[in-house]
Design a protein around this ligand. Structure first.
Ligand code: 1HN
Length: 383
C-alpha cells in the first residue's frame, strides 16, 4: 500500500484536511495527487477543434443584423475551445483567436490593452487599414499586422467592400497572470503620422536617430503577404521540418527575436504528399488554413481541414500534419505562445527538440569553386 492510499483511507486524516480547509490551509500531502498526475508532463488544456469559415461568416453576418453598426465594440467572434468554456472566451489556454468583420464605411474606435494582438487579413482591401500607434497599416489579403501590447489601435474601412480578418491575442495568458489592462482612447480615431510607416520605416532600418532611446519591441509592424510569397519561393521544393513542414517565423526585423513578446507567428507550407511526424510541445497554437486540404491527427482524433478553417492545438497534445494531395500545397498561418515558454525556460518538445535545434549549415566543404571557374561569368577565360 502506498503512502497516498494509506492517507485517503484514513478517516482521521480526512477530518483533519477538512478542519485545515476551514481555516484556509491545505497540507502538501493533498497536492501529491496533482503532482502524480503530472508525471510525464502537463494535462493538455482544452481540445483540438475546427471552426469552418462558412459557419463563421454566417454568424458574423447575423451579428451585423443584431448589432447594427459597431461604434463601441469590435464585431469579433472568438473561437471558444469546447474544453475551456468555463475559462472565458479563449481558443487555447493562453490564446484567443477569432474572426472580425468591418463593414464598408465603418470605424472601430481606438483603444489599447495589455494583451498583445495581431490581425491576419483574410479578405482585405487596399483602402482598409488599422491605425497602430500613429502608423497606418494597410490591410490587403493575407497581410499580417501587429498591435503589440499597449499600442493604440483603431480599424478603418473606407472601401466599398466588407473586410474580414483573423484576430489573435494572448488574453488567456494575461488573465492568468493577473495583468489585464484596458483603456479607450476617447475619440474614434487616433492621430496618424503624415506618411505610412514613417516611424517604423526609419527606426527599424540600420541607420537610426542617435538622439532617441532605442525601441526594439512593441513596433507596429505590417508583414505584407507579397513579401512572404517571395520568401517562400526562395526555398524552392524544400520540404523543411519533418514535423512542421517548411515553417518560417515572422521575426521582429529589429531584434530577429519573436514576432511579439509572447507570440510567434509562422507561415507553414506542407508540400504535396507531406506526411509529418508526430510530436508535441508545451506551447499551444491556433492555426488558420490559407490554402489546401489535409488532416491533423491528434491524441483526440483526426481533424480534416480545408481553406478558411481555424484549428485549436492545445499544449502537450500529440499532433501530425498530412497533405494527401499529389499536386496542391497546403499553406498555414499559425500563432504560437512559444516565446512565453522560451522566456520561462519551459519550452519542451517530444520526441525531440526541433525549434532552433539544428545547427546552421557549416561553410560548404569542400569550398565551392569560385563562380567564374564554373563558367558562370562572361570573360571567364581571361581570369
Ligand atoms: C480586441 O481589442 C480586438 O481591437 C479584437 O480589434 C478582438 C478579443 C478579445 C479582447 C479584445 C480589436 C478582441 C479584442
Amino acid at each position: 500500500m502506498t503512502t497516498t492510499e494509506n492517507h485517503t483511507s484514513n478517516a482521521r486524516l480526512e477530518a483533519f484536511n477538512e478542519k485545515l480547509a476551514g481555516k484556509n490551509w491545505s497540507g502538501q500531502w493533498e497536492a501529491e495527487k496533482y503532482l502524480m498526475a503530472s508525471i510525464g508532463g502537463p494535462q493538455p488544456a482544452g481540445v483540438p477543434h475546427r471552426w469552418g469559415w462558412a459557419e463563421t461568416k454566417e454568424a458574423l453576418d447575423e451579428a451585423t443584423d443584431v448589432l447594427g453598426t459597431v461604434d463601441t465594440a469590435r464585431r469579433h467572434l472568438t473561437c471558444v475551445n469546447p474544453g475551456l468554456k468555463d475559462r472565458g472566451a479563449i481558443t487555447t489556454h493562453n490564446l484567443a483567436a477569432g474572426f472580425q468583420l468591418v463593414k464598408s464605411g465603418e470605424i472601430c474606435w481606438s483603444h489599447r490593452h495589455s494583451p498583445g494582438a495581431l490581425r491576419f487579413v483574410t479578405q482585405g482591401h487596399p483602402e482598409a487599414y488599422t491605425a497602430v500607434d500613429g502608423e497606418k497599416l494597410v490591410m490587403e489579403d493575407f497581410d499580417l499586422l501587429l498591435t503589440p501590447r499597449f499600442s493604440w489601435h483603431d480599424h478603418h474601412n473606407p472601401s466599398d467592400k466588407d473586410v474580414y480578418w483573423l484576430d489573435a491575442l494572448d488574453v488567456g495568458l494575461l488573465q492568468k497572470l493577473g495583468a489585464l489592462f484596458y483603456e479607450p482612447y476617447g475619440e474614434d480615431s487616433q492621430k496618424l503620422r503624415p506618411s505610412t510607416s514613417e516611424w517604423v520605416g526609419t527606426r527599424s532600418h540600420w541607420l537610426r536617430p542617435t538622439w532617441e532611446e532605442e525601441r526594439t519591441t512593441r513596433l507596429p509592424l505590417r508583414y505584407a503577404w507579397s513579401d512572404v510569397r517571395e520568401r517562400l519561393a526562395l526555398y524552392g521544393n524544400e520540404v523543411g521540418s519533418p514535423y512542421d513542414g517548411l515553417a518560417l517565423r515572422y521575426a521582429n526585423p529589429v531584434t530577429g527575436g519573436p514576432t511579439m513578446d509572447t507570440i510567434d507567428c509562422w507561415v507553414q507550407r506542407l508540400v504535396p504528399g507531406f506526411s509529418g511526424k508526430t510530436h508535441r510541445r508545451t506551447s499551444s497554437a491556433v492555426v488558420y488554413v490559407i490554402a489546401g486540404n489535409g488532416t491533423l491527427e491528434t491524441d483526440n482524433g483526426t481533424i480534416t481541414f480545408q481553406a478558411g478553417d481555424v484549428i485549436s492545438l492545445p499544449n502537450w497534445t500529440n499532433f501530425r500534419w498530412t497533405n494527401a494531395s499529389a499536386s496542391d500545397e497546403v499553406l498555414l498561418f499559425s500563432v504560437h505562445d512559444i516565446p512565453a515558454y522560451q522566456r520561462l525556460g519551459l519550452l519542451y518538445e517530444e520526441p525531440e527538440a526541433i525549434i532552433g535545434a539544428t545547427p546552421a549549415p557549416a561553410n560548404p566543404t569542400p569550398p565551392l569553386k569560385p563562380l567564374y571557374a564554373q563558367g558562370a561569368f562572361y570573360g571567364k577565360d581571361e581570369r
